[in-house]
Design a protein around this ligand. Structure first.
Ligand SMILES: Cc1ncc(COP(=O)(O)O)c(C=O)c1O
Length: 338
Protein backbone atom coordinates (compact mmCIF):
# COMPACT_ATOMS: atom_id res chain seq x y z
CA UNK A 1 0.00 0.00 0.00
CA UNK A 2 1.34 3.43 -0.88
CA UNK A 3 -0.18 6.73 0.04
CA UNK A 4 0.60 10.01 -1.63
CA UNK A 5 1.58 12.97 0.58
CA UNK A 6 -1.77 14.74 0.31
CA UNK A 7 -3.41 11.59 1.65
CA UNK A 8 -1.02 11.38 4.61
CA UNK A 9 -1.91 14.89 5.68
CA UNK A 10 -5.63 14.13 5.39
CA UNK A 11 -5.49 11.20 7.81
CA UNK A 12 -7.77 11.39 10.81
CA UNK A 13 -7.40 9.57 14.11
CA UNK A 14 -8.87 6.30 12.94
CA UNK A 15 -7.94 2.66 12.42
CA UNK A 16 -6.09 2.16 9.19
CA UNK A 17 -5.04 -1.38 8.20
CA UNK A 18 -1.32 -2.18 8.05
CA UNK A 19 0.58 -5.32 7.06
CA UNK A 20 1.44 -6.96 10.36
CA UNK A 21 0.82 -7.10 14.09
CA UNK A 22 2.70 -9.02 16.77
CA UNK A 23 1.43 -11.37 19.45
CA UNK A 24 2.76 -13.17 22.47
CA UNK A 25 0.80 -15.74 24.50
CA UNK A 26 0.99 -16.46 28.22
CA UNK A 27 0.26 -20.10 28.94
CA UNK A 28 1.16 -22.49 31.76
CA UNK A 29 2.51 -19.63 33.83
CA UNK A 30 4.95 -18.24 31.28
CA UNK A 31 5.22 -15.96 28.26
CA UNK A 32 6.01 -17.55 24.89
CA UNK A 33 7.80 -16.11 21.86
CA UNK A 34 6.81 -12.96 19.97
CA UNK A 35 4.92 -14.06 16.85
CA UNK A 36 4.23 -12.06 13.73
CA UNK A 37 0.74 -12.11 12.23
CA UNK A 38 -0.81 -10.63 9.12
CA UNK A 39 -4.35 -11.29 10.33
CA UNK A 40 -6.45 -8.50 11.81
CA UNK A 41 -8.46 -11.04 13.79
CA UNK A 42 -7.90 -13.01 16.95
CA UNK A 43 -9.63 -16.22 17.85
CA UNK A 44 -10.83 -16.22 21.41
CA UNK A 45 -12.76 -18.52 23.69
CA UNK A 46 -16.38 -17.44 24.15
CA UNK A 47 -15.85 -17.45 27.89
CA UNK A 48 -12.57 -15.45 27.88
CA UNK A 49 -12.28 -13.11 30.85
CA UNK A 50 -11.57 -10.15 28.54
CA UNK A 51 -15.10 -10.53 27.20
CA UNK A 52 -16.88 -11.06 30.50
CA UNK A 53 -14.93 -9.61 33.38
CA UNK A 54 -13.02 -6.77 31.80
CA UNK A 55 -9.48 -8.17 31.89
CA UNK A 56 -8.53 -5.82 29.08
CA UNK A 57 -5.62 -3.40 29.22
CA UNK A 58 -4.43 -1.19 26.41
CA UNK A 59 -1.80 1.44 25.81
CA UNK A 60 -1.23 4.18 23.27
CA UNK A 61 2.00 5.73 22.08
CA UNK A 62 3.48 7.06 18.88
CA UNK A 63 6.44 6.81 16.52
CA UNK A 64 7.44 9.79 14.40
CA UNK A 65 9.36 10.14 11.14
CA UNK A 66 11.90 12.97 11.32
CA UNK A 67 13.17 15.30 8.66
CA UNK A 68 16.32 13.15 8.64
CA UNK A 69 14.16 10.13 7.77
CA UNK A 70 14.81 8.49 11.15
CA UNK A 71 12.04 6.84 13.14
CA UNK A 72 11.66 7.95 16.74
CA UNK A 73 9.52 6.19 19.36
CA UNK A 74 8.40 8.43 22.21
CA UNK A 75 8.85 7.18 25.80
CA UNK A 76 7.86 3.55 25.20
CA UNK A 77 9.42 2.53 28.52
CA UNK A 78 6.79 4.62 30.34
CA UNK A 79 3.98 2.92 28.45
CA UNK A 80 5.47 -0.46 29.32
CA UNK A 81 5.61 0.53 33.00
CA UNK A 82 2.05 1.87 32.95
CA UNK A 83 0.76 -1.25 31.22
CA UNK A 84 2.24 -3.41 33.95
CA UNK A 85 0.83 -1.06 36.60
CA UNK A 86 -2.61 -1.63 35.05
CA UNK A 87 -1.84 -5.37 34.91
CA UNK A 88 -1.19 -5.49 38.65
CA UNK A 89 -4.45 -3.61 39.15
CA UNK A 90 -6.62 -6.29 37.50
CA UNK A 91 -4.66 -9.49 38.13
CA UNK A 92 -3.04 -9.85 34.75
CA UNK A 93 0.57 -11.10 34.51
CA UNK A 94 3.13 -8.41 33.78
CA UNK A 95 4.86 -8.38 30.39
CA UNK A 96 8.67 -8.56 30.63
CA UNK A 97 10.49 -5.53 29.27
CA UNK A 98 12.37 -7.60 26.65
CA UNK A 99 9.09 -8.89 25.20
CA UNK A 100 7.60 -5.40 25.05
CA UNK A 101 10.74 -4.01 23.43
CA UNK A 102 11.05 -6.86 20.96
CA UNK A 103 7.35 -6.53 20.05
CA UNK A 104 7.42 -2.79 19.53
CA UNK A 105 10.61 -2.93 17.50
CA UNK A 106 9.24 -5.72 15.32
CA UNK A 107 5.82 -4.19 14.70
CA UNK A 108 7.25 -0.81 13.71
CA UNK A 109 9.99 -2.27 11.53
CA UNK A 110 7.51 -4.55 9.74
CA UNK A 111 5.16 -1.64 9.07
CA UNK A 112 7.76 1.00 8.17
CA UNK A 113 5.93 1.98 5.01
CA UNK A 114 2.98 3.14 7.13
CA UNK A 115 4.97 5.70 9.10
CA UNK A 116 3.81 9.02 7.69
CA UNK A 117 6.48 11.25 6.14
CA UNK A 118 7.82 14.28 7.99
CA UNK A 119 5.84 17.44 7.40
CA UNK A 120 2.43 15.85 7.06
CA UNK A 121 1.60 16.26 10.77
CA UNK A 122 0.74 12.57 10.90
CA UNK A 123 2.47 9.83 12.90
CA UNK A 124 2.28 6.13 13.63
CA UNK A 125 -0.01 5.28 16.53
CA UNK A 126 1.03 2.16 18.43
CA UNK A 127 -1.60 0.19 20.32
CA UNK A 128 -0.43 -2.50 22.76
CA UNK A 129 -3.18 -4.74 24.11
CA UNK A 130 -3.05 -7.18 27.03
CA UNK A 131 -6.12 -9.36 27.56
CA UNK A 132 -7.36 -12.36 29.47
CA UNK A 133 -8.04 -15.12 26.92
CA UNK A 134 -8.49 -18.04 29.30
CA UNK A 135 -12.05 -19.24 29.92
CA UNK A 136 -13.80 -18.66 33.25
CA UNK A 137 -17.46 -18.74 34.03
CA UNK A 138 -17.32 -17.59 37.64
CA UNK A 139 -15.76 -14.19 38.30
CA UNK A 140 -12.03 -14.88 38.41
CA UNK A 141 -8.85 -13.94 36.57
CA UNK A 142 -7.90 -16.02 33.53
CA UNK A 143 -5.05 -18.52 33.35
CA UNK A 144 -4.13 -17.57 29.79
CA UNK A 145 -3.41 -14.16 28.34
CA UNK A 146 -2.51 -12.51 25.06
CA UNK A 147 -0.24 -9.52 24.62
CA UNK A 148 -0.27 -7.95 21.19
CA UNK A 149 0.61 -4.72 19.41
CA UNK A 150 -0.86 -3.29 16.26
CA UNK A 151 -0.20 0.06 14.64
CA UNK A 152 -2.09 2.56 12.54
CA UNK A 153 -0.98 5.75 10.78
CA UNK A 154 -2.95 8.63 12.28
CA UNK A 155 -3.60 12.30 11.80
CA UNK A 156 -4.84 14.70 14.46
CA UNK A 157 -7.29 13.45 17.12
CA UNK A 158 -9.63 16.30 16.27
CA UNK A 159 -10.07 17.05 12.57
CA UNK A 160 -9.70 20.74 13.43
CA UNK A 161 -6.07 20.09 14.54
CA UNK A 162 -4.45 22.50 17.01
CA UNK A 163 -7.57 24.61 17.50
CA UNK A 164 -9.45 25.60 20.62
CA UNK A 165 -12.42 23.44 21.60
CA UNK A 166 -15.45 23.72 23.87
CA UNK A 167 -15.70 21.36 26.81
CA UNK A 168 -18.57 20.39 29.07
CA UNK A 169 -18.32 19.59 32.78
CA UNK A 170 -20.12 16.31 33.40
CA UNK A 171 -21.88 16.30 36.75
CA UNK A 172 -24.30 13.44 36.19
CA UNK A 173 -21.86 10.64 35.44
CA UNK A 174 -18.74 9.43 37.23
CA UNK A 175 -16.11 8.07 34.89
CA UNK A 176 -14.13 6.36 37.63
CA UNK A 177 -14.66 5.89 41.36
CA UNK A 178 -12.33 7.62 43.80
CA UNK A 179 -10.85 4.33 44.95
CA UNK A 180 -11.67 2.54 41.71
CA UNK A 181 -9.81 1.75 38.51
CA UNK A 182 -9.34 5.23 37.01
CA UNK A 183 -5.55 5.03 37.22
CA UNK A 184 -5.49 1.93 35.07
CA UNK A 185 -5.79 2.04 31.32
CA UNK A 186 -8.50 -0.57 31.05
CA UNK A 187 -11.54 -0.81 28.83
CA UNK A 188 -14.09 -0.48 31.64
CA UNK A 189 -13.17 3.14 32.31
CA UNK A 190 -13.82 4.00 28.69
CA UNK A 191 -17.11 2.11 28.61
CA UNK A 192 -18.15 4.23 31.60
CA UNK A 193 -17.50 7.40 29.61
CA UNK A 194 -19.20 6.50 26.32
CA UNK A 195 -22.75 7.73 27.03
CA UNK A 196 -21.66 11.02 28.59
CA UNK A 197 -19.00 11.50 25.90
CA UNK A 198 -21.59 11.03 23.15
CA UNK A 199 -24.03 13.32 24.90
CA UNK A 200 -21.40 16.03 25.23
CA UNK A 201 -20.59 15.63 21.54
CA UNK A 202 -24.26 15.83 20.54
CA UNK A 203 -24.55 19.05 22.52
CA UNK A 204 -21.69 20.56 20.52
CA UNK A 205 -18.76 19.90 22.87
CA UNK A 206 -15.57 18.10 21.90
CA UNK A 207 -15.06 16.52 25.32
CA UNK A 208 -16.58 15.91 28.71
CA UNK A 209 -14.58 16.99 31.75
CA UNK A 210 -15.15 14.70 34.73
CA UNK A 211 -15.01 15.69 38.39
CA UNK A 212 -13.90 13.66 41.39
CA UNK A 213 -16.57 11.06 42.07
CA UNK A 214 -16.70 11.50 45.83
CA UNK A 215 -17.25 15.21 46.38
CA UNK A 216 -17.73 16.63 42.90
CA UNK A 217 -15.49 19.47 43.98
CA UNK A 218 -12.29 18.82 42.08
CA UNK A 219 -11.33 18.39 38.46
CA UNK A 220 -10.36 14.87 37.44
CA UNK A 221 -9.72 14.62 33.71
CA UNK A 222 -11.31 14.58 30.28
CA UNK A 223 -12.59 11.37 28.65
CA UNK A 224 -9.40 10.70 26.65
CA UNK A 225 -6.91 13.18 28.15
CA UNK A 226 -5.55 14.85 31.30
CA UNK A 227 -6.39 18.46 32.14
CA UNK A 228 -4.04 21.37 32.81
CA UNK A 229 -4.32 25.09 33.34
CA UNK A 230 -1.94 28.03 33.35
CA UNK A 231 -2.14 30.91 35.80
CA UNK A 232 0.44 33.29 37.28
CA UNK A 233 3.31 31.62 35.45
CA UNK A 234 2.30 28.26 36.87
CA UNK A 235 1.38 25.01 35.13
CA UNK A 236 -1.31 23.36 37.26
CA UNK A 237 -2.66 19.86 36.76
CA UNK A 238 -4.96 17.75 38.95
CA UNK A 239 -3.64 15.21 41.38
CA UNK A 240 -6.27 12.50 41.75
CA UNK A 241 -6.48 8.81 42.57
CA UNK A 242 -8.93 8.26 39.72
CA UNK A 243 -7.11 9.62 36.67
CA UNK A 244 -4.61 8.13 34.26
CA UNK A 245 -0.99 9.15 34.77
CA UNK A 246 -0.56 10.76 31.37
CA UNK A 247 2.90 10.47 29.84
CA UNK A 248 2.24 13.61 27.79
CA UNK A 249 1.40 15.46 31.00
CA UNK A 250 4.60 14.20 32.64
CA UNK A 251 6.55 15.49 29.64
CA UNK A 252 4.77 18.86 29.65
CA UNK A 253 5.53 19.29 33.36
CA UNK A 254 9.22 18.79 32.64
CA UNK A 255 9.16 21.19 29.70
CA UNK A 256 7.10 23.77 31.62
CA UNK A 257 9.56 23.74 34.51
CA UNK A 258 12.45 24.12 32.14
CA UNK A 259 10.75 27.01 30.38
CA UNK A 260 10.50 28.87 33.68
CA UNK A 261 6.99 28.03 34.83
CA UNK A 262 6.24 26.76 38.30
CA UNK A 263 4.59 23.36 38.23
CA UNK A 264 1.86 22.29 40.62
CA UNK A 265 0.25 18.87 40.66
CA UNK A 266 -2.52 19.09 43.22
CA UNK A 267 -6.25 19.09 43.71
CA UNK A 268 -7.89 21.64 41.44
CA UNK A 269 -11.23 22.96 42.73
CA UNK A 270 -13.74 23.58 39.96
CA UNK A 271 -13.96 27.28 40.94
CA UNK A 272 -10.30 27.68 40.06
CA UNK A 273 -11.34 27.48 36.41
CA UNK A 274 -12.33 31.15 36.71
CA UNK A 275 -8.74 32.10 37.56
CA UNK A 276 -6.97 30.26 34.75
CA UNK A 277 -5.42 32.20 31.90
CA UNK A 278 -5.19 29.11 29.69
CA UNK A 279 -6.75 25.67 29.85
CA UNK A 280 -5.99 22.54 27.87
CA UNK A 281 -6.30 18.78 27.59
CA UNK A 282 -3.20 16.69 26.96
CA UNK A 283 -2.52 13.19 25.74
CA UNK A 284 -0.70 11.14 23.13
CA UNK A 285 -3.40 11.49 20.50
CA UNK A 286 -3.67 15.29 20.39
CA UNK A 287 -0.55 16.33 22.39
CA UNK A 288 -2.35 19.49 23.57
CA UNK A 289 -5.93 20.39 22.84
CA UNK A 290 -6.38 24.02 23.84
CA UNK A 291 -9.73 24.80 25.42
CA UNK A 292 -11.70 27.92 24.62
CA UNK A 293 -14.61 27.39 26.97
CA UNK A 294 -15.77 25.10 29.76
CA UNK A 295 -19.50 24.90 30.38
CA UNK A 296 -20.78 23.96 33.80
CA UNK A 297 -24.47 23.76 32.93
CA UNK A 298 -25.78 22.62 36.31
CA UNK A 299 -24.02 25.51 38.04
CA UNK A 300 -24.98 27.98 35.31
CA UNK A 301 -21.37 28.94 34.60
CA UNK A 302 -19.23 29.27 31.51
CA UNK A 303 -15.47 29.73 31.83
CA UNK A 304 -13.83 31.22 28.73
CA UNK A 305 -10.19 31.38 27.61
CA UNK A 306 -10.29 33.02 24.19
CA UNK A 307 -10.63 31.65 20.69
CA UNK A 308 -6.92 31.25 20.01
CA UNK A 309 -4.50 28.91 21.79
CA UNK A 310 -2.73 30.70 24.64
CA UNK A 311 0.95 31.61 24.62
CA UNK A 312 2.07 28.76 26.88
CA UNK A 313 -0.08 26.13 25.21
CA UNK A 314 1.52 27.03 21.88
CA UNK A 315 5.05 27.04 23.32
CA UNK A 316 4.68 23.71 25.08
CA UNK A 317 2.96 22.10 22.10
CA UNK A 318 5.70 23.21 19.71
CA UNK A 319 8.49 22.20 22.05
CA UNK A 320 7.12 18.70 22.62
CA UNK A 321 6.39 18.12 18.95
CA UNK A 322 9.83 19.28 17.90
CA UNK A 323 11.42 16.76 20.27
CA UNK A 324 9.08 14.03 19.02
CA UNK A 325 9.81 14.72 15.35
CA UNK A 326 13.54 15.10 16.05
CA UNK A 327 13.77 18.79 15.10
CA UNK A 328 15.33 19.37 18.51
CA UNK A 329 17.73 17.08 20.23
CA UNK A 330 16.36 14.95 23.03
CA UNK A 331 18.26 15.61 26.20
CA UNK A 332 15.70 13.82 28.33
CA UNK A 333 16.15 10.27 27.11
CA UNK A 334 12.56 10.19 25.85
CA UNK A 335 13.30 9.09 22.30
CA UNK A 336 14.31 5.66 21.07
CA UNK A 337 15.60 5.77 17.51
CA UNK A 338 14.89 2.73 15.40
C1 LIG B 1 -8.30 8.80 30.22
C2 LIG B 1 -7.03 9.28 29.66
N1 LIG B 1 -6.35 10.21 30.33
C3 LIG B 1 -5.18 10.69 29.87
C4 LIG B 1 -4.63 10.24 28.69
C5 LIG B 1 -3.32 10.77 28.21
O1 LIG B 1 -2.30 9.87 28.51
P1 LIG B 1 -1.00 9.83 27.62
O2 LIG B 1 -0.41 11.20 27.66
O3 LIG B 1 -0.11 8.84 28.27
O4 LIG B 1 -1.42 9.45 26.27
C6 LIG B 1 -5.31 9.27 27.95
C7 LIG B 1 -4.79 8.78 26.68
O5 LIG B 1 -3.98 7.92 26.62
C8 LIG B 1 -6.52 8.77 28.45
O6 LIG B 1 -7.20 7.84 27.78
Amino acid sequence: MKMIPEEWSKLSFAYYPTNYNVRCYYRDGKWGNVEISSSENIIMHISATALHYGQEIFEGLKAFRGQDGKIRIFRWQNNWERMNFSARGILVPEVPKEIFEDSITKVITLNKEFIPPYGTGASLYIRPLLIGTGAKLGVAPADEFLFMIFVSPVGPYFPTGFKCVDVKIERNVDRAATLGTGQFKIGGNYAASLVSGRQAYDEGFKMALYLDAKEKKYIDECGPANFFGIKNNTYITPDSSSILQSITNMSLRTLAKEAGLKVEQRKMPVEELSELEEAGACGTAAVITPIKSIHDKEQGKIYTYGNEPGEWSVKLYRKLQSIQFGDESDKYGWITEL
